[in-house]
Design a protein around this ligand. Sequence first.
Ligand code: ZN
Length: 51
Amino acid sequence: MSMKKCTSCGTYTLKAECPACGKIAASPHPARYSPNDKYGEYRRRMKKENI
Ligand SMILES: [Zn+2]
């Protein structure tokens, strides 16, 4: 169970739809903030090799 945020009005809800306007509610945290960021490790390695 995770909080979702309306893509239209910004209302937080636990449901897939916004209770205020009925638009789609999605996770406010994009996948790029995942601690298992394989591409983040890849970018750090590339940056290190470029020095
Ligand atoms: Zn809404």
